[in-house]
Design a protein around this ligand. Structure first.
Ligand code: SF4
Length: 193
């Protein structure tokens, strides 16, 4: 996101917080891995670090945790998976809305999403929370883990992009999709995702 003032503030905040807490990325991951619940440890630690702590849904810290658990090196043990949560970014929200696993009842919000208008933060938060819950329920009914569902939705962005027409015929989700192609993820200015 080309907002240089944000880059500067986030980088300085991240560096200051890590320095004050006496952490390095390596020491933090090692401490997490040595704990009883490595994912929870890492997420709770990052709740104190600028650049991660601002987002109530912990998108960046959860994505980092998932990456670390899924690397071939297994830098972080996911345990029984109970500490993992969905990584809710704009690709996931767009796919949730277009496939119909999240439906919008409010006519004004529906129009705002379709017209790609800048949303009020409260409206964005409602849509984002609904998408988080929908992904969790999808995991429960499918029996698939979060990593698999997240990858399916994230991969769908290639066939269901932001700036060009969706390619439904080539999309994995086509047989079950509601094809709400006019819908778009919430438009907001945020450093969360
Ligand atoms: S089937 Fe079409 S509308 Fe549905 S997610 Fe795939 S590309 Fe998007």
């Amino acid at each position: 996101m080309p907002v240089l003032a944000n880059h500067h503030a986030l980088l300085r905040g991240y560096g200051r917080d890590m320095w004050e807490l006496g952490w390095t990325p390596e020491s933090l991951v090692q401490a997490a891995q040595a704990s009883d619940r490595p994912v929870r440890f890492l997420l709770q630690a990052l709740d104190h670090v600028t650049g991660y702590r601002e987002d109530p849904l912990r998108k960046k810290s959860m994505l980092l945790a998932l990456c670390l658990t899924q690397r071939p090196e297994k830098w972080l043990d996911a345990g029984d998976g109970r500490d993992l949560a969905p990584v809710v970014d704009y690709h996931v929200m767009r796919t949730c809305l277009r496939t119909g696993i999240v439906t919008i009842q409010d006519e004004t919000l529906l129009q705002d999403l379709s017209a790609r208008r800048l949303l009020r933060p409260a409206d964005e938060a409602i849509v984002r929370l609904a998408c988080r819950d929908a992904v969790l329920r999808l995991c429960a009914v499918s029996g698939r883990d979060l990593g698999a569902i997240d990858w399916t939705f994230f991969s769908a962005r290639k066939r269901c992009p932001e700036t060009t027409e969706p390619e439904c015929a080539a999309c994995l989700l086509n047989p079950v999709c509601a094809h709400q192609k006019g819908l778009f993820q919430p438009v907001v200015r945020t450093t969360f995702y």
